[in-house]
Ligand binder design. Structure first.
Ligand code: HGY
Ligand code: MN
Ligand code: MN
Length: 414
């Protein structure tokens, strides 16, 4: 692609990301939850851009927007390009969306150029798992591993996923019948969400593997009481106990070295300033590069929380709401992407991903590859998320190289 055309395309990608950022459920910030009005508005924008890029679009029953490039024979293997368009609360505008808008731009740049494979873009609607206490449901639908029990999980308003799909105009009974056919491989371009590329002075990086992850909801049950009359040594304070538990799990992660543990949300009942908390519910997000380290960390966390519960005379319920094993990126796709980045005259550092991605589910369908794009300060899941337009340009250039170099038969012994 000529430098001027590349600069123009990168500017278009940046402008489209700004337009998508306007699709929010909360004015003044970027919050776009699964099957929300903002999700619907973002789909309208993406469909228009996909149609402009001569892609045929359809929304599948799980809430994934599928865009298929014309010209491939039905029995040709397909290369999937994907990422997610849902966000965390008060998010940045690049996490997920960058991969989709870049894929559309690459399809448009290819025009009618012949490729020896089918090309499909999949915009997943539920990677963050913020609205419902499950995650990666749409990528699992594409992988053919959608669990029908997820249809009964409820959001904070008590709406089931089944109802939310139906309210969105989707047939929830078909949510587990959305598997992609003939997928030879999956590629995702995504911001790094960490500082490694910036420290290395590299705009792009090749992902080697995605860390193992597990999420839990912990409920601590104490006993409500009058804040002024219950002696300190007679309390069963659910919130004080939860605080001790959260600090204990943080210390376990700190001591383990390669484990990260986060409590991202907490709720207290009854929530009155002069009442000893009877109940506290909080989340745990636990990750480690390898499955064994994650399992050891989980065992340590369970032991520590049980010890605090006993000491504080409260009861404890820990339920795991998500688990995804460490997921390797196929060596063939790592080499394909490294060659594409090198063809752009750039270094191609390899790095692991501490963040989770749709590829963790898609790996159950076909081999996956990921290209990371540098983001300022490694900041993500924040409105401070930033990607330089020059880095968008080289990411597009590298993606085009990879698409032109990809041959399904390189995946033969993946
Ligand atoms: O949590 C994650 O790592 C991803 O952003 N969903
Ligand atoms: Mn993401
Ligand atoms: Mn994210």
């Amino acid at each position: 692609m000529h430098p001027e055309a590349l600069t123009e395309a990168a500017a278009r990608v940046a402008a489209r990301l700004d337009a998508l950022a306007g699709c929010t459920d909360t004015p003044g910030e970027i919050t776009r939850l699964f099957l929300s009005p903002a999700h619907r508005r973002s789909l309208a924008l993406l469909k228009a851009w996909m149609t402009e890029a001569r892609l045929a679009t359809r929304l599948d029953a799980s809430g994934t927007l599928v865009a298929t490039r014309a010209g491939a024979d039905a029995e040709w293997p397909t290369l999937l390009l994907g990422s997610h368009i849902d966000t965390v609360r008060d998010a940045g505008k690049y996490d997920g969306c960058l991969g989709i808008v870049l894929a559309i731009e690459a399809a448009a740049a290819l025009g009618g150029e012949a490729l020896p494979y089918g090309l499909q873009i999949r915009a997943f609607g539920d990677e963050e798992g913020v609205r419902f206490p499950v995650t990666l449901t749409t990528a699992h639908a594409t992988a053919g591993t959608f669990d029908r029990t997820w249809l009964d999980v409820r959001d904070e308003a008590g709406v089931t996923l089944r109802q939310a799909l139906s309210d969105f105009g989707l047939d929830s009974d078909q949510a587990d019948a959305c598997a992609a056919a003939g997928a030879a491989a999956y590629l995702e371009v995504h911001i790094e969400q960490g500082p490694v590329l910036e420290h290395a002075g590299a705009p792009l990086g090749i992902v080697t593997a995605i860390a193992a992850a597990a999420r839990f909801v912990v409920q601590v049950n104490g006993r409500a009481g009058h804040a002024g009359t219950v002696p300190m040594d007679r309390r069963q304070d659910a919130l004080a106990a939860a605080c001790a538990m959260i600090l204990a799990l943080r210390n376990i992660a700190r001591d383990a070295g390669d484990v990260v543990a986060t409590t991202g949300s907490i709720a207290v009942e009854p929530g009155a300033p002069n009442t000893i908390p009877a109940l506290c519910r909080f989340t745990i997000d636990l990750r480690a590069p390898q499955d064994a380290a994650l399992a050891a960390a989980e065992a340590g966390v369970r032991r520590a929380l049980a010890g605090v519960a006993e000491a504080e005379r409260v009861t404890l319920d820990i339920s795991r709401t998500h688990a995804a094993p460490a997921t390797a990126c196929a060596t063939q796709l790592q080499s394909l992407l490294a060659g594409a980045v090198a063809a752009c005259g750039l270094p191609a550092p390899a790095l692991g991903s501490g963040a989770g991605h749709d590829g963790m589910a898609i790996a159950g369908l076909c081999p996956i590859g990921m290209l990371f794009v540098r983001c300022a300060g490694g900041v993500s899941h924040s409105p401070a998320e930033r990607v330089a337009q020059e880095d968008i340009a080289v990411a597009l250039q590298a993606l085009l190289h990879a698409l032109r170099a990809f041959r399904p038969d390189i995946m033969r012994d993946a």
